[in-house]
Design a protein around this ligand. Sequence first.
Ligand code: AOF
Ligand code: ZN
Length: 356
Amino acid sequence: MRTAMELAEHGQFTAAPNPLVGCVIVSKACRIIGQGWHKAYGGPHAEVEAFESIAPEDKALLSESTWYVTLEPCNHEGKTPACAALIERIKPKRVVIGMMDSNPAVTGGGMERLRRAGVAVEEGCLAGELAWQNRRFFWNAHEKRPWVVLKWAESSDGFMDGRPSARRLPGAGGFPITSEAARPMTHAWRALEQGIAVGAGTALIDEPQLNVRSIEAPSPRIILLDPDGCIGSKHTLLLRNPSLIHVIGETFATTATHTCAWRVSEGLDVLLERLYAQFNLSSLLIEGGASVLNDFLKQGAWNEVKRWTSPVAIGSGLPAPALPEGTLPLPDGRASAGRAGEDSWQNRLHPRHAFD
Ligand code: AOF
Ligand code: ZN
């Protein structure tokens, strides 16, 4: 199951909003004869990939095989046929399932179908670690909203930007806090989430690109939080990103193809529910600015914080948000802090995830 979990991780930049799923098929003599993972949304599921990886001369071993799958095999026709139907047809000896699928179209049904077909089914293997691996997927199913990661970088004395407010004007550009060594990790943090959101102020002042550059991975979809309609149609984020979602109050006009109507007074819970319902966004990285980050913190509308701290003091400027009280380290001994060059990072969880 651990091998299956490691395989599943290969889908980390491409599977969303689907879960990460891995599958290992083992012969009666305990030899791995097939393995696969769910590579991309809309593509073949892990079980199909594993089945198709089996060498022709090993096909005869299938009837006595054991399948290790990190998630309950699906029992529904989605974008691909039901994996439980494939396994039912093959009728292996045993299927070991990491966790039940929380998708209402599946939950328990896949397991039930296999049992009815005479396959021995065991469920609940490495469940704690798999719950973390698929935290976005399970959170989406239960809460009907994206998993939210707040990200910022601050100086050693707690500022996000050293300039006085009079110099933080449209087009002024970003104010780098971290050094070059932090870049690959910063970009991996972007690639891990399906959407990346910034407020109108950051879009206007920093003119960020918000894409993934220093690692090989697709860029997340941009969400521009502009409830007061401050961003004109000529802004480069709008011009360069046809998939951008412009979150804007109903009374304002936009040239964006994808829009989400929202007013600040409705609160962030409503925004998150709307983004999930309209765009099936499984996760969001909130990149700033400070007031947007503070709003998410104040309203408790977040799951993880990822924060860089540089060793350099800048004396004054825009205060960074405070890390809330009671945040938790990541579960199962995963690193919740580390360094890249001179900069250090922290990754903390919302106190509500204590069960993890
Ligand atoms: C599996 N194995 O590898 C994955 C599963 O639209 P579809 O057909 O791709 O179905 C997506 C749903 O299937 C997803 O919401 C989840 O319930 C399940 N994912 N199931 O047996 C896999 N990725
Ligand atoms: Zn499936």
